[in-house]
Design a protein around this ligand. Structure first.
Ligand SMILES: NC(=O)c1ccc[n+]([C@@H]2O[C@H](COP(=O)([O-])OP(=O)(O)OC[C@H]3O[C@@H](n4cnc5c(N)ncnc54)[C@H](O)[C@@H]3O)[C@@H](O)[C@H]2O)c1
Length: 355
C-alpha cells in the first residue's frame, strides 16, 4: 500500500496524541505541520518535516492527502473550511465547530466540494461501543426503554485556577458532555429533546458544579445523565475503561441501557437477563460478561481516516452526524441555563436512529 500522507493543523496536546497514533501505523506518515508556536517548530525540526504558520500555507506548499485539525475549538470552522477549499479529506477534533451555524456551513461546503469530514469522537472506535450498539440494535435486551449514565468526578483545584475555567464555557456541559452525548447517539440513536436541572452550590462560579439532564430519543426511549466535576466517584467513561493514564482505571461502569428483556452495563459490557423466556422480578436475574478487546482508538481513527480518504470506507461520524452531537450538547447547556425543555430537529431524518 502507498504511504498515506497526513498534515497536522494544530500540534498541541491532542495533536501530539494524533502524532503518536500516526507513528504506530506502518503505511501512514505525518508529512507536515501547520502551527505558529515555537514548540511546533521544534517538533517539526526534530522530525525533519516542514512546519507552516497556518493551514492555507501548508496545503498550498505540501503534498498531502488528508489533514487532522487539532486547533482550539474556535478555530475549527476556519481550518476545516480551508482544508475543504483545498479538497482534502478532514479529521477535525471534537466539537466539529464552536457553533451550529458554523457546523451547518461545514456540512454544506463539504458536500459542495465532494469531500469527507470526520469528527474526532474517538469513543466510537472501541470494540465495546460497537458491540453495545449491535446488542441494542439486534434486540438482545428487547425494546430499548431507558438509559442511565454518569460522568461524575472531582477535577483538581488547580484546574480552576485560571479565571476562564470558571466560566460557563469551561464547565462540564460544554467541556465533557459532548463525548457522552455522542456515544449515546451512536448506540441508542438520535436525541429529540433535552431538559436539565443545574446547581452551583459548591464552588459558586458561573460554570455548573452538577447537572442532571433528561433526554428523549427518537426511538421513544428516555434517558437521564448526571454530570459533575465536584464529586469524587469511580463513575466516568475514562475511569471505567482506563482510556487515559491520567485518570486511574476503576473498571466501574458508568452507563446502563435498559430494555424490555434485559439490561446492558457499559463500557465493560455486562448483559443482565432472566433465564426464563418472559422473566420478571420474581425470577433470578444473571450477569453475562461480554469481553471485547481494548484498543488504541486513535490508531483505529487514523486508519479509518486513510480508508475514508481512499474511498474504502464511509465515515463512522461525518460532519452532519458530528453536528447533531454538538446540537444536543448546546441544547443541554441552554436547557440548563434557562430551565426549558428543548426540542431538537435532528430526530427528523434519523441518520443515527435505530431501525
Ligand atoms: N477527542 C478528545 O478527547 C479531545 C481531548 C482534548 C482536546 N480535544 C479537542 O482538541 C482541540 C485542541 O485541544 P488541545 O487541548 O490540544 O489544545 P492545545 O492548546 O494544547 O493545542 C492547540 C494547538 O493549536 C495551535 N494553533 C493555534 N492557532 C493555530 C492556527 N491558526 N493554525 C495552526 N495551529 C494553531 C496552538 O499553537 C496549539 O499548539 C480542541 O478543540 C479540543 O476540544 C479533544
Amino acid at each position: 500500500m502507498d504511504t498515506f500522507r497526513i498534515g497536522l493543523i494544530g500540534a498541541g496536546s491532542i495533536g501530539a496524541r494524533h502524532i503518536k497514533a500516526i507513528d504506530e501505523v506502518a503505511h501512514i506518515e505525518l508529512v507536515a505541520i501547520a502551527d505558529p508556536s515555537p514548540a511546533a517548530s521544534s517538533l517539526a525540526a526534530a522530525r525533519g518535516i516542514p512546519v507552516f504558520v497556518d493551514a492555507d500555507s501548508m496545503l498550498s506548499g505540501a503534498d498531502i492527502e488528508a489533514v487532522i485539525i487539532a486547533t482550539p475549538t474556535e478555530r475549527h470552522h476556519a481550518d476545516v473550511m480551508t482544508a475543504l477549499k483545498h479538497r482534502k479529506t478532514v479529521l477535525v477534533e471534537k466539537p466539529i465547530t464552536a457553533t451550529m451555524a458554523e457546523a451547518d456551513e461545514v456540512t454544506r461546503y463539504a458536500a459542495a466540494q465532494g469531500c469527507k469530514v470526520l469528527v474526532g469522537h474517538q469513543r466510537r472506535y472501541y470494540p465495546c461501543a460497537r458491540t453495545a450498539r449491535e446488542i441494542i440494535r439486534s434486540g438482545r435486551i428487547g425494546s430499548l426503554m431507558a438509559v442511565s449514565g454518569q460522568w461524575t468526578t472531582r477535577k483538581d483545584d488547580e484546574y480552576y485556577a485560571p479565571e476562564w475555567r470558571r466560566d460557563i464555557k469551561a464547565g462540564p456541559i460544554l467541556t465533557n458532555l459532548i463525548h457522552e452525548i455522542d456515544i449515546l447517539r451512536y448506540i441508542c440513536g438520535d436525541i429529540t429533546s433535552v431538559s436539565a436541572e443545574i446547581t452551583h452550590h459548591d464552588q459558586q462560579f458561573a460554570k455548573e458544579d452538577a447537572v442532571a439532564i433528561s433526554l428523549k430519543f427518537a426511538n421513544q426511549a428516555v434517558g437521564s445523565f448526571l454530570l459533575s466535576d465536584r464529586t469524587p466517584t469511580p463513575w466516568t467513561w475514562e475511569m471505567a475503561l482506563g482510556e487515559n493514564v491520567k485518570f486511574p482505571k476503576t473498571g466501574m461502569n458508568a452507563i446502563r441501557f435498559l430494555g424490555t428483556r434485559g439490561a446492558l452495563e457499559f463500557p465493560n459490557l455486562v448483559l443482565w437477563r432472566h433465564s426464563e423466556e418472559n422473566g420478571n422480578w420474581h425470577h433470578k436475574i444473571r450477569p453475562e460478561v461480554i469481553e471485547t478487546p481494548f484498543i488504541d482508538a486513535y490508531i483505529a481513527q487514523c486508519e479509518h481516516l486513510c480508508a475514508v480518504a481512499r474511498g474504502l470506507e464511509e465515515p463512522i461520524i461525518d460532519a452532519l452526524n458530528g453536528s447533531r452531537s454538538l446540537d444536543a450538547t448546546l441544547a443541554a447547556a441552554r436547557a440548563a441555563g434557562d430551565g426549558t425543555r428543548i426540542t431538537l430537529s435532528q430526530g427528523g431524518d434519523q441518520q443515527d436512529g435505530l431501525s
